[in-house]
Design a binder for this molecule. Structure first.
Ligand code: MG
Ligand code: MG
Length: 273
């Protein structure tokens, strides 16, 4: 069953999604070469609790941490660890915030210190593919319209590998609800979208092959060729005409550093949505 949320429910989800934004903004300020990924998790876990929420991921099917922290070739579901971030790394941080009976879920990939231009381009294109997907989250469109928009831009236009094993999803009372929202597919295929359905759209895009595998810990998903992978996610409500992101990159982008400078890309790029 695909849920349709009323105005009050959507506003609770928006508040929680924006609490994820606030958490990721704290992460943006905290990140630098020389810190461990475990220290990021600890900071975020405390921030979420201090704001009256619970981290959605902690305990979800046994996942042990507040954040998924995925460095370089790790696609998603990485464990925070004693790994020390170094100049040139990219780090994907995925976070859920639960309060008042609903979840928000969103993710951002950060550059640490000086990152290669080809990798920065992967981050930019992945983020842009998310916005193209959001534009298709329109009432009476089908799930495949979102999927196609993402795959077409990231793969057909830019030649990147789009991960198939993991998908976006409905989000609300449960962290993962129907429908599944793949990042690949055909226009006009899949379930029809109705206004008020809330979904997480989350392209996972690889610099090289689309193929991935899971490490022996049962969680950590890595690229088959060891090349970097990017992940951007928004919680989105289906609306007439186009989707509306309930979470926001704006404060994260205002706080993040890209190659030693405050990121001004938000101001330089035309809005895709
Ligand atoms: Mg997520
Ligand atoms: Mg998600």
């Amino acid at each position: 069953m695909i849920n349709i949320r009323n105005h009050g429910e959507i506003e609770i989800i928006r508040t929680n999604a924006l609490m994820v934004t606030a958490t990721l903004t704290e992460v943006a300020k905290f990140l630098k070469p020389g810190i461990t990924t475990a220290s990021i998790n600890k900071m975020a876990d405390e921030f979420i609790h201090d704001n009256g929420g619970k981290p959605s991921f902690k305990g979800y099917h046994g996942f042990p941490y507040a954040l998924c922290i995925s460095v370089n070739e790790v696609v998603v579901h990485g464990f925070p660890s004693e790994y020390i971030l170094k100049d040139g790394d990219i780090v994907s941080v995925d976070c859920g915030f639960y309060r008042d009976g609903y979840h928000g879920d969103h993710a951002y990939t950060f550059a640490i210190g000086d990152v290669k231009q080809e990798t920065l381009k992967l981050l930019r294109v992945t983020k842009e593919s998310l916005f193209l997907g959001i534009a298709q989250a329109a009432a009476n469109n089908r799930v495949g319209d979102i999927s196609y928009a993402i795959e077409n831009y990231a793969n057909r236009i830019h030649g990147y590998g789009v991960v198939r094993e993991l998908v976006g999803h409905g989000v609300g009372r449960e962290l993962h609800e129907e429908p599944q929202v793949p990042n690949f597919g055909f226009r006009g295929s899949g379930k029809r979208l109705q206004a008020g359905t809330v979904i997480a759209i989350e392209p996972m895009v690889n610099l090289g092959t689309k193929d991935v595998y899971t490490l022996e810990d049962g969680w950590t998903v890595v690229t088959a060729d060891g090349k970097p992978s990017a992940h951007f996610e928004h919680t989105v409500v289906v609306r007439k005409g186009k989707g509306e992101a309930l979470s926001s990159f704006t404060p994260i982008e205002a706080a993040e550093q890209v190659n030693g400078e405050l990121n001004s890309s938000y101001y330089a790029q035309p809005a895709l949505v």
